[in-house]
Design a protein around this ligand. Structure first.
Ligand SMILES: Nc1ncnc2c1ncn2[C@@H]1O[C@H](COP(=O)(O)OP(=O)(O)OP(=O)(O)O)[C@@H](O)[C@H]1O
Ligand SMILES: [Mg+2]
Length: 253
């Protein structure tokens, strides 16, 4: 049975609808990468699963239980942990204290500080350092560590590699197998499509709030991904192609 089952999900902000009829399933221990252009709704999808954005309609089932009326805080206790875009560590707390924040909402389980340090050895010498002086990559490691300290069954990782040096991206992705081997399921938003295809069991592409493509990396053609990502089928001309992107991400290469 799928650990996470989303069906017919509709969500937005005020009058603005950001997600249209989203269906997705993630099996226990699986890694699903969500890709899509800026504004496609990736963060909104993760935030809706975490309970930080209210679903307008549809279903989110976690291990068979309907989550819609469950608060964000309780969802953490049920085993859903979010690593938000921008990491959002507590800036004046040091790394150890930030990890301990994760432990407050802890489910029973194997993730303890030494295990987090096994996965992210770069954090070991930084434990007493305030979060606001860490580099982007160090912050990302600390933010993932904080999420692991809740002993999640599902980790929602937004913009896993955005703004990080390639060597740090490698460290973050090298940590994934240790996370999934521990039975944790991963839903990762990744702008770098090559990276998404390399690490994920399945990839789901969002386009203007809708699922435009879904499949395993081996069954997806590069041209299909490009079309789904940039709307080359011509549903609208808002995402015209690589030159239309202003964020410095190349998209499919
Ligand atoms: N708090 C908010 N209030 C109003 N609209 C919002 C809010 N957050 C996001 N949106 C809008 O919802 C749409 C989806 O945004 P979202 O942040 O989910 O996109 P994204 O795919 O994560 O983009 P990016 O790759 O730039 O992070 C966008 O049109 C965005 O402007
Ligand atoms: Mg986003």
């Amino acid at each position: 049975m799928s650990l996470l089952e989303v069906s017919g999900l509709v969500a937005g902000y005020g009058d603005f609808q950001a997600l249209f009829d989203i269906d997705l399933d993630v099996d226990e221990g699986e890694t699903l990468a969500v890709i899509g252009a800026n504004g496609a709704g990736k963060t909104t999808l993760l935030r809706t699963v975490a309970g930080l954005v209210r679903a307008w309609s549809g279903e989110i089932r976690f291990d068979g239980t309907d989550l819609l009326s469950v608060s964000a805080h309780r969802r953490v206790r049920e085993g859903i942990a979010m690593v938000p875009e921008g990491r959002q560590l507590f800036p004046s707390l040091n790394v150890r204290e930030n990890l301990q924040v994760g432990a407050y909402s802890r489910r029973p389980g194997a993730w303890i500080v030494p295990r987090v340090l096994d996965v992210f050895p770069l954090l070991e010498p930084l434990m007493d350092r305030p979060a606001d002086v860490l580099s982007g990559g160090e912050q990302q490691a600390a933010a993932i560590g904080r999420a692991l300290m809740t002993n999640p069954r599902l980790i929602l990782l937004d913009e896993a590699s955005l703004g990080l040096a390639p060597v740090v991206v490698k460290q973050v992705y090298n940590a994934l197998p240790s996370i999934t081997e521990a039975g944790t399921t991963v839903l990762v938003v990744e702008q770098d499509i090559s990276q998404a295809l390399a690490v994920a069991d399945r990839v789901l592409c969002l386009l203007e709030g809708r699922v435009s493509l879904e499949g395993s990396p081996s069954e997806l053609e590069r041209s299909q991904i490009t079309a789904a990502y940039f709307d080359l089928e011509g549903r609208s001309d808002q995402h015209g192609g690589l030159e239309g992107r202003s964020d410095g991400h190349g998209g499919p290469d």
